[in-house]
Design a protein around this ligand. Structure first.
Ligand code: FAD
Length: 310
């Protein structure tokens, strides 16, 4: 557990500065809020969370313990069912992640990046160069990055590497026009779900389901999100929007795979960022680009290597 905490912290600590570099080149007006994130819980007091609080202190993660009245001051609309909480004041949240990605993507194209939307079926090699194949097309590259989230295993299996990647399925809904009820993301730890105020409404996400990549969405998990949101907030409507199921890519030790493949030094991996892939996208891209161009990162990258599973 300490190993995971230490090496998640190493990259999480760099996540916001890495975004800052990308954000210098786009107009983010109104799309990012810097109001921190709050975790709350009931049925247990602060002492019961001693171990996790202590671990965060040990690794140097900045946190502020919250009493009931402090929680109320920060988020007065949350029903008074909590016993205590933790506040991470440095955290930011996106008002609309999709809009931010479109801006970053347009910048990528402006700088000469090329985008093709194809379903990649296979990877093999022409002499030493990786060859990527869709149903009808093939491309030869000098270097290749596989970053297909939970679907990456389909491709890494073809490179003779058995990486135990699975998916933690998570669920999502919006309550349109109810984002004003909270000011920042609030995570309710006892029930494993969180709420975020966004442009599209009050976002409610959560649950962890081990159900693979093909099974349909479970309606009972959507109901669970609705019930949980109503447990914390009064006045939510009967209807909600944007039900979806997403595939968090997760490895057994809860660290991502970032680095060269075991068998081919011109193929790189970046996947397995579980619940934090949006947060860690910029720093992971930065690390991978430095690896590809043989630049030093001054980071200990061994813990993210796929070799740990071989
Ligand atoms: C409900 C929910 C809420 C979440 N909230 C947060 C949050 O608040 N903060 C946070 O940091 N993270 C959050 N996450 C986690 C985050 O969404 C993931 O960690 C992240 O999406 C992983 O990014 P990725 O690019 O590795 O994979 P993905 O986002 O899954 O992207 C992989 C891409 O590869 C493409 N692809 C796959 N196979 C192929 C193929 N064979 N050929 C071509 N293309 C292919 C897919 O189409 C897809 O576009 C949440 C996840 C869920 C489900």
């Amino acid at each position: 557990m300490m190993h995971t905490a230490k090496y998640m912290h190493q990259i999480l600590d760099l996540a916001l500065p890495a975004y800052d570099e990308l954000f210098e080149e786009i107009d983010l007006s109104g799309l990012v809020e810097s109001k921190g994130i709050m975790y709350i819980w009931n049925d247990q007091n602060l002492k019961s969370r001693e171990l996790e609080i202590q671990i965060r202190n040990e690794i140097g993660a900045e946190q502020q313990l919250l009493s009931r009245s402090e929680i109320h001051d920060l988020e007065p609309n949350i029903k008074n069912i909590y016993h205590a909480g933790v506040f991470y004041k440095k955290a930011r949240h996106a008002r609309n992640p999709g809009k931010i990605w479109v801006k970053l993507f347009e910048n990528f194209l402006k700088k000469g990046g090329r985008f093709l939307k194809l379903n990649i079926k296979n990877i093999d090699f022409d002499e030493n160069n990786p060859v990527v194949r869709s149903e009808t097309q093939r491309f030869i590259f000098d270097k290749l990055v596989i970053c297909c989230g939970a679907f990456s295993k389909k491709l890494t299996d073809k490179l003779h590497e058995n990486i135990p990647l699975d998916t933690e399925r998570g669920y999502h809904i919006h309550f349109k026009d109810f984002e004003h009820l909270i000011s920042r993301p609030v995570v309710f730890q006892n029930r494993g779900f969180g709420m975020t105020p966004m442009e599209q409404g009050l976002r409610v996400v959560g649950t962890v389901e081990f159900g693979g990549l093909t099974n349909p969405l479970s309606k009972s998990r959507i109901k669970n999100l609705v019930d949980n949101a109503k447990f914390l907030l009064d006045g939510l409507p009967d209807s909600h929007e944007d039900e979806w199921l997403g595939f968090r890519p997760t490895l057994p030790d809860y660290l991502p795979v970032i680095g060269p493949s075991k068998n081919y030094n011109n193929v790189f991996y970046s996947f397995g960022h579980h619940h934090l892939g949006w947060t860690l996208a910029a720093i992971s891209g930065k690390i991978i680009s430095k690896m590809i161009s043989n630049e030093n990162t001054n980071l200990d990258l061994e813990p993210y290597s796929s070799l740990r599973f071989s």
